[in-house]
Write a protein that binds this ligand. Structure first.
Ligand code: ADP
Ligand code: MG
Length: 476
């Protein structure tokens, strides 16, 4: 492992077994927890969230670059959400063929027509990157996507640094253990939520976590919740169904759920079609969007995080629309883009198809979906694009250059998985938070990072999808 963990440690089977035991117990002690599959709605039986035995080397310059660009990404997302013409134009072809995006877009239009009830905006996003391996051996920071809804693992990522520190100490690597960075996205995310709650201005009103049916990853959210409790901010956890059954707006559009006034709705659900199991679920989303509660994200910010918007942003001149007098900012953001290509019907889209068919292994085909496991790779790309040949269906997707990070060896610790060395690829996420009140941006911060690592056998998928595991960067 280049500048990382030496081979004599990596290959010492007895030591690795020992370290794995230490690591798992340290994870439990630190609260790097998950409920089990078989008991996802009870905390009687919990296990460690999957993680790597060792931290992964990440070049310092690229790491700092990812932190430095985050506040600009926050501004960009916020500006897009405030630009209905841009969203309309960017998503026009997609909403013709993608029902889910179309449905979200209809809510967005309805809110615009009625007028937004709340002028406080809260953004908690996470921009994800891989480090593309250049021919000269250096690596460059390339964005995978930006998550503007339900960006997760900021909580558990706040607890993993001490786990890796402990492992490295037991392995006799004291100097490396001191190089593991502190990281506290939980506190950073909570700080922004608290700011929005304060601006809302009612001590009784709660922050509502809008949660999934199955809550395996509850501890990640509890880390943020407990930061809010420290500030004496009441929180409630409700599902779409609770909002459907008990939610209402009063004459001032204040949102009440189960008798509680809601100051902030923090969506940790609602990003996939499967989350909307009935018309009542869609009605509940609309009710929340219409309300005076601060939505994190509001419907326009949700749409700003679509893959189609990401592709449109990469077109010449588009970033300049949002940063007309800030060429340095444009440059900083654009430096993180890899090739993104339209599949809209027309000559440009035809060119994209021809390019993809000629070398499918160079690309990833992406639908407007979140949550992992939806992207299309290799020969499957040809099948989908040939199937949609020349017709509008292909506009549901975008095409993206495949980013090729260098593989690093590590051990992935996961309940019930045998301990074995794997070739691994990592993805770096950076949390960004902002709060805007009317025209005034009152907070815009980078709130920490998340490193996730997966075996190189898998082309797709995150931690919740059971593919990637939590990790920490070891700056080199
Ligand atoms: P989702 O919204 O489903 O999380 P992502 O865009 O994050 O979609 O893609 C899911 C996973 O697929 C990523 O975590 C990454 O492992 C892989 N992936 C996505 N885009 C690329 C790309 N351009 N190059 C290489 N891998 C990619
Ligand atoms: Mg992702």
């Amino acid at each position: 492992m280049a500048q990382g963990i030496p081979d004599e440690i990596m290959m010492d089977g007895v030591l690795i077994e020992d370290l794995a035991d230490v690591a798992k117990d340290a994870a439990l002690l630190q609260g790097v927890l998950m409920r089990t599959q078989e008991s996802s709605n009870l905390s009687e039986l919990v296990t460690y969230a999957p993680f790597t035995l060792f931290p992964t080397p990440v070049p310092k310059a690229v790491f700092l670059q990812s932190l430095a660009v985050q506040t600009h990404y926050n501004t960009l997302v916020d500006k897009i959400s405030q630009d209905p013409d841009f969203l309309q134009e960017a998503l026009a072809s997609t909403i013709e063929v993608d029902d889910f995006t179309a449905r979200l877009f209809r809510i967005h239009q309805q809110i615009l027509k009625e007028g937004r009830a709340q002028s406080i905006t809260l953004g908690l996003n996470r921009s994800d990157y891989m480090l593309d391996q250049e021919e000269d051996g250096s690596s460059s920071l390339k964005q995978i996507e930006i998550n503007t809804i339900a960006a997760s693992f900021g909580g558990l990522a706040s607890r993993t640094p001490d786990v890796h520190r402990q492992v490295l100490k037991v392995a006799g690597k004291l100097e490396e253990s001191q190089r593991i960075l502190d990281n506290n996205p939980a506190e950073g995310l909570a700080r922004a939520v608290a700011k929005a709650w304060e601006l809302y201005g009612s001590e009784r009103a709660a922050v509502m976590f809008l949660v999934e049916e199955s809550q395996r990853n509850i501890f990640d959210q509890r880390c943020v919740e407990s930061e809010l409790w420290k500030r004496n901010i009441p929180t409630i956890r409700k599902r779409f169904d609770d909002v459907s059954r008990t939610g209402s707006l009063d004459q001032d559009k204040k949102l009440f759920v189960d008798g509680h006034e809601v100051a902030v709705v923090y969506f940790r659900n609602g990003y996939m079609p499967q989350n909307y199991i009935s018309e009542q679920t869609w009605d509940a989303r609309l009710l929340m969007e219409r309300s005076l509660a601060v939505k994190c994200p509001d419907i326009s910010t949700h749409l700003a995080g679509t893959k189609k918007v990401q592709q449109v942003l990469a077109r010449p001149g588009v970033l300049e629309r949002f940063f007309p007098d800030q060429p340095r900012v444009v440059e900083q953001i654009r430096a993180t883009f890899t090739g993104l290509y339209t599949l809209d019907v027309g000559p440009e889209g035809d060119k994209t198809v021809a390019m993809a068919l000629a070398a499918p292994d160079r690309f990833v085909l992406k639908p407007q979906r979140e949550g992992g496991g939806n992207n299309i790779y290799g020969s499957e790309i040809c099948r989908v694009l040939q199937g949609a040949n020349g017709n509008t269906d292909r506009a549901a997707y975008i095409l993206m250059d495949k980013i090729r990070p260098a593989a690093v060896q590590n051990y992935l610790l996961r309940r019930d998985s045998p301990l074995k060395i794997s070739n691994c690829l990592s993805e770096l996420g950076v949390f960004g938070t902002y709060v805007r009140h009317g025209k005034d941006v009152v907070m815009n911060e980078c709130a920490g990072h998340l490193l996730r690592t997966k075996s190189s056998e898998h082309s797709d998928g995150g931690v919740a999808a059971g593919v990637a595991v939590l990790d920490n960067p070891l700056l080199v």
